[in-house]
Design a protein around this ligand. Structure first.
Ligand code: G6D
Length: 335
C-alpha cells in the first residue's frame, strides 16, 4: 500500500488549477473552474486504469463549456419555470425559463482551493462566495471531495445571510467502458426509485408522479441502457424520485460487463436526474472522439427540480443562519 497523494497543478496562462487525488485504487482529477470533476481513473476487471468520465481533451475547452461537464451546478440545478421564485426574477437562460443557476452560475465561476490529508484519505475543499449568479445572496458554499479507498465522497454546504434558494448537484457524465471506448448502450443501470416525475414538453414537472409500476420497465432490476433507450427513444432526461435515500445504502448502480467496472451511488438527495446525452452531438473532442449521442450518462443527485412551484414536494429555501448540507458518495468496484 502506498500513501495517498495530492498534487496541485496551475495550468499555464489560465486561471485553471488541476487538483489530483490519488491512492492505490482511484485517481481523481478536479478543476477549480466550476469545482469540477474532470477525470476519474478506475480499474477494470484486469486492473487496467482508465478514465470513466466524459472529459474535454483540450483542458481550455472547459472555459467555454455550456454543457456542465463534471461541473458543480448551482445555486439551483434544473429548470425553474419562468425563472420565478416568489417575486424574484432569476435569469431566463433556457427559453423563458431558468436552468442550472444561469450563465454566471456555480459551474462558470473560479472557486478557491484548499487541500487536506488524513491518515486514510486525501481531499480538496472548494470555496465560493457567490454574488454573481443573480440569486439573493451572497451564498457561501463549499464542495468537498474526499478520496478514501475505492470511494469518492462529495459534500456540499451552503449558507446565506439572506433568505434564498439552493439545490446544487454535480453534472459529471459517466462512461465506464474506459476512455470512452464504447457508448452507454453496453452499460447496465439499476435505480431504487419510488416513481418518476411527469414532465411537460418543456421538460418542466407537471406536479404529477408516474408510479414505478406504471413505467414501461422496472428500474429496480438492472437493465441495459440499450433496453432502456428502446423504451425511451428520445433518451433519458428524467427525474427519478428515490426510495428512502441515505448514505448507508446504494440507491443507483451503473455497470459495464465488458470492462467489469461498477459504480454504486449513495446520496442524501431525494431525487436523481439522469440525462443520457441522446441527440447531443457537438464539435468538441471528448476522450479522443467528437461528442456524440449516447456517449455518457449524466447522474445528477438533487432535490426535485422546480420544487419552488410544488411546495407539497418539499422546500429548497435557505434561511439566514441555516447551513444546508448534502452528500453523494461514488464507489467503484469490479463485477
Ligand atoms: C440537464 O436536464 C438537463 C438537460 O435537459 C440539459 O440538456 C443538460 O442538463 C445540459 O441534465
Amino acid at each position: 500500500m502506498s500513501e495517498p497523494s495530492i498534487t496541485v497543478l496551475p495550468i499555464y496562462q489560465t486561471n485553471l488549477k488541476k487538483i489530483i487525488l490519488k491512492n492505490d485504487e482511484l485517481e481523481v482529477v478536479l478543476l477549480n473552474y466550476g469545482a469540477r470533476l474532470h477525470q476519474i481513473f478506475a480499474p477494470d476487471k484486469h486492473g487496467h486504469m482508465e478514465n470513466v468520465l466524459l472529459s474535454y481533451d483540450k483542458l481550455e475547452d472547459v472555459l467555454t463549456d455550456q454543457s456542465y461537464f463534471g461541473a458543480t451546478v448551482g445555486p439551483v440545478a434544473g429548470r425553474i419555470r419562468d425563472g420565478l421564485w416568489n417575486e424574484q426574477q432569476l435569469e431566463k437562460n433556457s427559453g423563458k425559463h431558468h436552468i442550472h443557476g444561469g450563465t454566471n452560475g456555480w459551474s462558470f465561476q473560479f472557486w478557491d482551493v484548499e487541500i487536506f490529508k488524513t491518515p486514510q484519505s486525501v481531499g480538496v475543499v472548494f470555496y465560493l462566495k457567490d454574488t454573481s449568479s443573480g440569486y439573493p445572496g451572497p451564498i457561501i458554499t463549499t464542495v468537498t471531495y474526499r478520496l478514501i479507498k475505492n470511494k469518492l465522497e462529495m459534500t456540499t454546504t451552503a449558507n446565506s445571510p439572506v433568505e434564498t434558494i439552493c439545490n446544487p448537484t454535480n453534472h459529471a457524465y459517466f462512461n465506464l467502458s474506459g476512455d470512452g471506448k464504447r457508448d452507454i448502450e453496453t452499460h447496465q443501470l439499476q435505480v431504487q426509485l419510488d416513481s418518476m416525475l411527469e414532465l411537460d414538453h418543456e421538460h418542466l414537472p407537471t406536479g404529477e408522479r408516474i408510479k414505478r409500476k406504471a413505467l414501461p420497465l422496472d428500474f429496480y432490476k438492472p437493465r441495459t441502457l440499450s433496453e432502456i433507450l428502446s423504451h425511451y427513444p428520445k433518451g433519458l432526461d428524467d427525474v427519478f424520485l428515490l426510495s428512502n435515500p441515505k448514505l448507508s445504502k446504494n440507491i443507483l448502480t451503473l455497470s459495464e460487463e465488458i470492462s467489469g467496472r461498477q459504480l454504486a451511488i449513495a446520496t442524501t438527495n431525494k431525487s436523481v436526474v439522469l440525462f443520457s446525452t441522446t441527440g447531443f452531438d457537438a464539435d468538441f473532442s471528448i476522450n479522443g472522439k467528437k461528442m456524440h449521442s449516447n456517449y455518457g450518462l449524466a447522474i445528477e443527485p438533487q432535490e426535485i427540480p422546480d420544487i419552488v412551484h410544488f411546495p407539497a414536494f418539499g422546500s429548497i429555501n435557505l434561511h439566514p443562519g441555516q447551513e444546508r448540507i448534502s452528500q453523494t458518495n461514488y464507489e467503484f468496484s469490479q463485477l
